[in-house]
Design a protein around this ligand. Structure first.
Ligand SMILES: [Cu+2]
Length: 168
């Protein structure tokens, strides 16, 4: 079974094809595909370990594509929390004060499903193998600095499943 699990402070589900907050102005969003697997995040077209570089104030569509064989998480933040040598998440989240449109294609019980949602304060997403998650948002000016994408499923972050994000 493939599914998407969302953990969000606020989630608004929309019928498929419904107009999202940004309307149809997709043309000005920069699309970046990020591959997820065991145990890495990799910007499509870049070498493994090369940071994701973003511009503050720009519209983005980040597509997280789980090409691996395991469920993975997507968190974008800084200041990882460690307890007893285990990492459990970030103290600060890049999209904490940002409205994000989420679109996903998945298969549940053999049937194709698509979902769209708008989330404010996105912290954590899960994607089963084969799931593609598209996150569309405008990166605020105050996001400048160093961030990180990480997966905090036990053992994954420690196993190297993280990638530097540089917002300029
Ligand atoms: Cu993972």
């Amino acid at each position: 079974m493939r599914s998407i699990r969302l953990l969000l402070p606020f989630l608004l589900l929309l019928p498929c094809g419904a107009a999202l907050a940004h309307g149809d102005d997709d043309h000005d969003a920069i699309e970046v595909r990020i591959l997820m697997g065991e145990m890495y995040f990799q910007v499509d077209g870049q070498a493994k370990g090369e940071p994701l570089r973003l511009q503050a104030g720009q519209d983005y569509q980040l597509i997280f594509d789980n090409v691996g064989a395991m469920i993975h998480e997507v968190l974008i933040g800084r200041d990882p929390v460690a307890e007893n040598g285990r990492y459990s998440g970030y103290r600060k989240h890049l999209l904490a004060n940002v409205s994000v449109e989420i679109a996903a294609d998945t298969v549940i019980d053999g049937r194709k499903r698509a979902m769209k949602a708008v989330a404010f304060g996105l912290e954590e997403l899960y994607a089963d193998p084969g799931v593609k998650l598209a996150l569309r948002f405008e990166l605020p000016a105050e996001a400048k600095g160093r961030w990180e994408i990480g997966c905090f499923i036990p053992g994954h972050y420690e196993g190297g499943m993280k990638l530097d994000v540089i917002v300029e």
